[in-house]
Design a binder for this molecule. Sequence first.
Ligand code: SAH
Length: 347
Amino acid sequence: MDKKCLSSYTLEQLAAQLKEMGQPAFRAKQIFHWLHQKHVTEFSAMTDQPKTLLAKLEEEFYIAAPTIQRRQQSKDGTVKYLLRLSDGNCIETVVMRYTYGNTVCVSTQVGCRMGCRFCASTQAGRVRNLEAGEIAAEIYAAQKDIGERISHIVLMGIGEPLDNFDNVMDFLTIISCADGVNIGMRNISLSTCGVVPQIDRLAEKKLQLTLSISLHAPNNKMRSQMMPVNDAYPVETLIAACRRYQKITGRRISFEYSMVRGVNDSPATAKELANLIKGMGAHVNLIPINPVDGSPYSATDAENVKRFQKMLMDLGVNATVRRRLGSDISAACGQLRREEAAKEEHL
Ligand code: SAH
């Protein structure tokens, strides 16, 4: 029998599970504390629990506890981890230091099936979804390694969070729970390439997190060339979903715009982008593309990014240029994992 991941249960789900096992109600909170505040990685460490219960849990469940396979530290303090999961798969997690606190960028899937042409994470497709507890464990592993509290989370690592909807929702419940690490929704950003039906599902949850849309282009011709998901959910459909999202949640959306030389960085494109989103009160984050092996794209130079930003601002759209943390350890997201996979193939 395949064991289930106990650290993937929300407090409510854990209570139901323990009740089914004939346990008193108070055990749920105790076990949740062991998993999500003390971050134990073995059942035997739960010293206030009856041995018989621990033996039963051990039989049916496991605790997500990835190991650090590789660690790279940048001069600016950014740390990038290649984490190995219990089934041998690897994912990437990054910690960034900002003045307001430590932010961790988590992966939500092993690989990705969205196929964006500039992205290393998707080159070999999707292997599997991450469990809620595996995503939470990325944060616990990083926190333990740096010895400091993580206060902010961005779901911008490997994978498409809305393609693993239910597990990501459970992860958000676990991580924002007062009986766990208690990271507030306002300190969490979720980034999507634009899976429209799932954006609508997310809106209904009315969470206070920040939704980031990886827009990258203001029209269908350009966007479909960069992102196959645009064929299923074209720009006008996506923007309509963003407007619905803002209306339902009362939260402003933020747009990611990775700049590719000669593809989406002309003054005419800046104008088109401004026309598309003006009046939404949205924020645009400009990022020079991080070139990956096997992709034809190269980055717009810094000066052009600035010019593009100024045009947006002049046209009434709020835009900032993303600071490039960890550029000396570079490797765009997904590259460490690809390197590791290539190494293993050659063993
Ligand atoms: N799947 C989600 C989240 C993961 S990607 C999404 O698409 O939003 C996080 C962000 O990094 C996205 O905006 C994505 O488009 C961008 N990205 C991916 N590869 C990149 C690269 N090589 N250079 C710059 N940005 C990249």
